[in-house]
Design a protein. Sequence first.
Length: 192
Amino acid sequence: MVRIAILASGNGSNAQRLMDHFRSHPKARVVLVACDKPQAGVVDRAWDGGVPCYLFNNAQLRDGTLQRELLGLRIDLVVLAGFLRLIPAEMVHAFPSRIINIHPALLPRYGGKGMYGHRVHEAVIAAGETESGITIHHVNERFDEGDHIAQFKCPVLPGDTPDSLAARIHGLEHAHYPEVVEGRIALMAAGL
Ligand code: GAR
């Protein structure tokens, strides 16, 4: 059984989809939600879903406390779902090709430090883009620069606001993130 930890900082709608998808999955289970914001909606979602929630702060992320917790729990795959901090290089190396992120735009555009959530959608609309989407990628030592696993596109419509675009993007994320994580797990089973 592949043991998944989700890292999240916010509302947790993607975390919810992942917990639901893998709840009775034959090959994988979400065994932990780790969160750096005690007030975040994802904390309640983990509680409601019966998944243990580990709260940590930025110092514990940087000094290796979180990494030790994940290794101690024999986590195989770390899935970021609205997690906003940089993953330390040491942790990237401790989970080689085993940390996945979702970003609400078509990387390499509209990524990097400070580009998350609504800020991304505001920038996409301000630039007059007619297309946006999501990127699911491996995590390396730099924000949003790891190898891409999958991208999915949607239109940016005339009159779109950051809220309306965010809703469309969330729809894409919810439809695809669990299946892409599942695909990654199948590759892991094949030793990749
Ligand atoms: C998602 O849209 C995710 O792509 C984005 O945060 C949102 C979290 O929503 N992540 C980033 O912007 C990372 N740079 P959720 O808490 O409802 O899953």
